[in-house]
Design a protein around this ligand. Structure first.
Ligand SMILES: NC(=O)c1ccc[n+]([C@@H]2O[C@H](COP(=O)([O-])OP(=O)(O)OC[C@H]3O[C@@H](n4cnc5c(N)ncnc54)[C@H](OP(=O)(O)O)[C@@H]3O)[C@@H](O)[C@H]2O)c1
Length: 302
């Protein structure tokens, strides 16, 4: 299936992208497919591989492979294959992600584990596999797709935010660790993207919308779900636009650690830094639709 290992005349970076079956990952794969200066491994879970293969045919510089980022076996197998084919990965784009929609009380430990395994442990495992080659060649790029949720947290998205905060913290640390070796680390932080990915959110048995929400957290779900959907529909930012932001990072000699990638991300980035904390949280609370009336009939607040 593989051609023999070729040594390109010029530097043709090897780019690995995770989660290419939909949304930003698919947009990135399409964009990179059109850029002949890169060798690309577009990956997706086995169950979604067909969707990706419908868009691309393997050739000498673009291949589609299966990768579930939560599987250590998958990660090791893929890196072994890339090592034999192209020597290693020069640009790792940790894009695959899931998002739970549930209040903290409705999450289970298993749900928390899946959220972290996909958005944090998987990407960290891939980073560990990519770094030796990057250090040895004295260059490389780790690009982690974070989120505004990695800057601030919203109700019903605690686990998602926790996973992105974890990714942000580790990336910041890695930025220092890689500085002597010529490897850059970047967190691309989109806000709301105009896409259907709100349809892909994960629910727990207690946050499941088909259960007809009731009880103390009912107002949170009734308000947050349409709010997020509306903001995503109103957003002018498409996955393709974010993909171009990521390409700018790939092309940049010395990209910054943080790249707020949408207008709302830039606004929140500065608000978080400029507003005093005692104003920041009440301000965001006030921005949520009618939040002061949520759960009133269930509250025993004194
Ligand atoms: N959409 C937004 O508004 C938004 C905002 C800020 C940040 N982000 C971040 O941007 C990234 C891409 O999101 P998106 O909007 O493009 O989401 P999306 O449309 O839901 O796509 C997510 C992708 O991740 C894949 N994936 C999920 N679990 C995986 C696993 N265990 N292993 C490998 N792939 C897996 C999915 O594959 P399957 O088809 O197999 O499920 C899918 O290809 C995520 O990291 C997300 O957190 C999104």
């Amino acid at each position: 299936m593989f051609q023999s290992k070729k040594k390109p005349q010029h530097y043709q970076p090897v780019v690995l992208v995770t989660g290419c079956s939909a949304g930003l990952g698919l947009a990135l794969a399409k964009l990179l497919h059109s850029r002949t200066e890169y060798r690309v491994i577009a990956t997706a879970r086995e169950k979604s591989l067909e969707k990706v293969r419908n868009h691309f045919l393997d050739d000498e510089r673009f291949i589609v492979r299966s990768l579930d980022v939560t599987s250590e076996e998958d990660r090791i197998r893929l890196f072994g294959e890339i090592q034999k084919l192209w020597g290693g990965v020069d640009v790792l784009i940790n894009n695959a992600g899931i998002s739970y929609r549930a209040v903290v009380e409705h999450m289970t430990e298993k749900d928390e584990e899946l959220q972290m395994a996909t958005n944090y442990f998987g990407p960290m495992g891939l980073i560990r596999l990519a770094l030796p080659h990057m250090r040895n060649t004295g260059r490389g790029k780790i690009i982690n797709i974070s989120s505004v949720s990695g800057m601030l947290a919203m109700p019903t998205m605690a686990a998602y935010s926790a996973s992105k905060f974890a990714l942000e913290g580790a990336s910041e640390s890695l930025w220092y660790e890689m500085r002597p070796f010529g490897v850059t680390v970047t967190l691309v932080q989109p806000g709301f993207i105009h896409s259907n990915s709100f349809k892909n959110v994960y629910h727990t048995p207690l946050s499941d919308p088909t259960r007809n929400w009731s009880g103390p957290y009912c107002d949170f779900y009734l308000n947050m779900t349409p709010f997020v959907e509306k903001m995503m529909n109103l957003s002018l930012t498409t996955p393709e636009k974010i993909a171009h932001e990521v390409l700018k990072v790939i092309k940049s000699e010395n990209p910054p650690l943080w790249v707020p990638a949408t207008l709302d991300a830039k606004v929140f980035y500065y608000l978080r830094r400029l507003l005093p904390r005692r104003i920041f949280l009440p301000f965001l609370y006030w921005c949520l639709p009618n939040a002061k009336n949520w759960s009133k009939e269930f509250s025993h607040r004194r």
